[in-house]
Design a protein around this ligand. Structure first.
Ligand code: ASP
Length: 345
């Protein structure tokens, strides 16, 4: 008789609503420690996994930044060989940014990194945190028929779905199903059972040792187009000191104003070596720059298409590529490559 090995899972606790408690005076939710969180989920013991944890100073994820991403990535890398999977507990507000950033930073990842959190704190009677934590642990421990990890990428588990991390967006501030990947199917559906969509799951083409890149360059910014944008304001944004990359959130299929002054400002910025990426403000669909003249003109100015990438993936991809120390022309070329399932080309 063969005895199955107990899965070994590492939980990395960064904060977020899941572990928060109410301030008795102001009634505002504040981050709290991991022991409190685990005391509220006694059922975890029923899983019979070997579970260890690393606790960072718990934060509201509004305070998450590239230093936090570096700490999470390094914690995973330092423990990579000792665990079958990793569960990251994180606030929902910037979860999609963290998921996208980690997917780029953890090159050649072939184990599960499952990020989850909750809308209601773990101590509340109707909390979604208990179910999310337990399901995330089960997904991190799941294997294929051959015994390989079922999930070999960074993913977000929330309520009824598992989504690819770098395809996800927070879509609701109060719904239990808070995340969605609008341009990529779910990796698993969670109901009575966990049903993996094996065709949608990422499978690395070649097995190579995990390589962590932690140098995310912060000299990037979003530019949200809206009717009434003036030349002085646009000029000011485009001339932000130190700026290297801009994610321009354009209209529809990637369209922008066709005024001469607008195009002059954009072209001058691109010619100066700043990378401008075009993503759509729409919640789903992709940039098709040649569909309208109002999109084509951007291509003529040297703006790159972000295709069907999320804003979160586009900005963290720019941070990652500049963080590698690449020249603007190398960033331009690499941006157009699907690095880890973040874009449909
Ligand atoms: N503000 C919280 C956070 O992102 C929200 C949450 O966790 O749901 O940390």
């Amino acid at each position: 008789m063969t005895s199955k090995k107990r899965p070994r899972i590492l939980i990395i606790y960064t904060g977020g609503t899941i572990g928060m408690i109410e301030d008795p005076q102001s009634h505002a939710l504040r981050p709290f420690d991991f022991t409190h969180l685990m005391d509220n989920v006694p059922k975890v013991k029923m899983l019979e996994y070997h579970i260890d944890n690393i606790q960072f100073t718990p934060i509201d994820s509004s305070d998450m930044d590239p230093d936090g991403w570096r700490d999470i990535a390094l914690a995973i890398a330092e423990n990579y060989d000792n665990y079958d999977g990793f569960v990251v507990l994180h606030g929902t507000d910037t979860m999609a940014y963290t998921a996208s950033a980690l997917s780029f930073m953890l090159a050649h990842l072939d184990k599960p990194v499952i990020i989850t959190g909750s809308q209601l704190p773990i101590g509340e009677v109707r909390t979604d945190g208990e179910e999310n934590l337990i399901t995330a642990l089960q997904i991190a421990a799941a294997t294929t028929f051959n015994g390989d990890p079922m999930v070999q990428e960074v993913a977000i588990l929330f309520e009824n779905y598992l989504w690819r991390g770098n395809r996800s967006t927070k879509k609701s501030a109060d719904n239990f199903n808070a995340f969605k990947s609008h341009n990529y199917p779910e990796l698993a559906k969670i109901g009575l059972g966990i049903h993996f969509a094996e065709k949608a799951l990422r499978r690395p083409n070649e097995r190579r040792p995990l390589h962590v890149n932690t140098g995310m360059d912060r000299n990037v910014i979003f530019l949200d187009l809206h009717p009434g944008l003036t030349r002085p304001i646009l000029h000011h944004i485009l001339n932000t000191p130190g700026i290297k990359g801009i994610v321009m959130r354009s209209y529809g299929a990637g369209n922008a104003p066709t005024h001469q002054w607008f195009l002059e400002e954009i072209k001058r910025t691109v010619d100066s070596g700043v990378i401008i990426v075009n993503v759509t403000q729409c919640i789903s669909g992709a940039v098709h720059v040649n569909r309208y003249a109002a999109g084509e003109t951007l291509t003529n100015c040297g703006v790159i298409s972000g295709h069907d990438m999320t804003s979160e993936a586009a900005i963290t991809k720019l941070m990652y590529l500049f963080g590698l120390g690449l020249t603007p022309s190398a960033v331009r070329t690499r941006f157009n490559v699907d690095l880890c399932g973040e874009v449909t080309l």
